[in-house]
Ligand binder design. Structure first.
Ligand SMILES: Cc1cc2nc3c(=O)[nH]c(=O)nc-3n(C[C@H](O)[C@H](O)[C@H](O)COP(=O)(O)OP(=O)(O)OC[C@H]3O[C@@H](n4cnc5c(N)ncnc54)[C@H](O)[C@@H]3O)c2cc1C
Length: 380
């Protein structure tokens, strides 16, 4: 019997396995996908400093490796209908609080660290049944294998089988507004990389557009308007993309997707016997704006391993659920700002854009509001 079984080898499961190993818990990692199956898309590209620090603690040098592979943008710029309302460039000497690279690259580095640590892993066999008792958990896979463990860290993503088997529901909302996301391949250099947010981009039919550089390309998020057909917007991307991303005049789209803002949290982060701990997207669904999903999930992973080691599962369940709820509130504030459904908020945004040349704080507010309030206090 293992002290801990980690279900799911996404970024959260890999981090949980490393954290458990660092605490001497000898984890086993169980993943549904075959090990060689490639995962598409950039997805979580913003790796926060707190996450890099977590990774360095669970595997010395890992955070530094992630940082070294990523790209740092030092300028953030916001425009309103094509006119600049805010710009800030951080000095090259300033400490940088993040790095930007595709989630797949982060996962590769985490997996290599798991291999180097000798962590046992089983791939290509989904966990199907979860039977928790006061003494431990028995997992049965689709292939018929049985794994007994003292505790299970469930990091099996948004459609978590473990969560369903534990009888835990997700509560919350999904926005009706759709967002189109595209990855565009490009050789972006840190020196000239900028994060740019456009309110009412004239080249995108007045839609809000976020451009974020990462190692290997650009991430383009477009907020659909009422009545838009998001799939049609994706299909017509070769026509509008050069107007939105002049940095890549001959754009090669490597991935596209359509998503909605999700703000959902599990009722409970542990089961009745305190043997199953939910982490990452198995426990909460958060929108990309604000980069809370993977970053807070890795925070969960590290806290879950510590809770198993210390026998403080209840504390884990309470504190990480509180963190997830704070993240959901922050995401809700970001969404309200992006949608600007009320006339009052639209007036406020317009007034801020008008005042920004003479009142820089108004431009600063327009720059930060799309991501919601900072929530470092809750530990990401
Ligand atoms: C289109 C899109 C864009 C995104 N953009 C961003 C972004 O910009 N910023 C951001 O922070 N986040 C973003 N995210 C979210 C980010 O990808 C997630 O927060 C992150 O992947 C969560 O990691 P996780 O390990 O919890 O779950 P996952 O990455 O989903 O990993 C779960 C793992 O569990 C495995 N699994 C599932 N079921 C079983 C089972 N029964 N048995 C064993 N294994 C199982 C899966 O195969 C998978 O490998 C985006 C997501 C999507 C889909």
């Amino acid at each position: 019997m293992s002290a801990v079984a980690v279900v799911g080898a996404g970024p959260v499961g890999l981090a949980a396995a490393l954290a458990a190993h660092a605490l001497g818990l000898d984890p086993v990692l169980l993943e549904a996908r075959p090990r060689t199956a490639a995962r598409p898309g950039s997805r979580a590209i913003f790796v926060h400093r707190a996450t890099l620090d977590h990774l360095d603690r669970v595997s010395p040098g890992l955070g530094e490796s992630v940082f070294a592979q990523g790209l740092v943008w030092r300028t953030k710029r916001t425009l309103w209908a094509g006119r600049q309302v805010h710009v800030r460039t951080y000095a090259p000497t300033a400490a940088v609080p993040f790095t930007s690279l595709p989630q797949t690259a982060v996962e590769d580095l985490l997996l290599r660290a798991c291999d180097a640590a000798g962590i046992r892993s089983v791939w290509g066999d989904p966990v199907q049944e979860v039977h928790s008792t006061p003494a431990g958990v028995r997992l049965r896979t689709e292939g018929g294998a049985v794994h007994d463990a003292g505790h299970v860290i469930a990091a099996d993503g948004a459609r978590s089988r473990v969560r369903a088997q534990a009888g835990i529901a997700l509560q919350g909302d999904t926005s009706t507004t759709e967002f189109v996301v595209l990855d565009v391949a490009a050789d972006v250099r840190s020196d000239d990389a900028e994060r740019v947010f456009h309110y009412r981009h004239p080249g995108a039919g007045g839609r809000n557009v976020l451009l974020v550089p990462f190692r290997g390309g650009w991430r383009v998020d477009v907020q659909c308007r009422a009545g838009d057909d998001a799939r049609d917007l994706v299909a017509r991307a070769p026509e509008w993309l050069p107007r939105v991303l002049p940095q890549a005049p001959d754009p090669r789209i490597t991935w596209s997707s359509v998503y909605r803002f999700q703000q959902r949290v599990a009722d409970r982060f542990t089961d009745a016997h305190r043997r199953v701990l939910l982490a990452g997207e198995a426990a909460h669904l958060l929108p990309p704006f604000g980069a809370r999903g993977m970053n807070s999930g890795i925070g969960d992973a590290v806290a879950a391993a510590r809770a198993v080691r210390a026998g403080s599962v209840d504390h884990y369940a309470r504190s990480r659920r509180a963190a997830a709820e704070a993240n959901v509130r922050a995401a809700g504030a970001a969404l309200d700002h992006l949608l600007a459904t009320g006339a009052g908020r639209r007036c406020l945004q317009w007034a801020a854009a008008t005042a920004s040349p003479v009142w820089p704080r108004a431009g600063h507010w327009l720059d930060t509001a799309p991501y919601g309030p900072r929530i470092r206090a809750v530990g990401y």
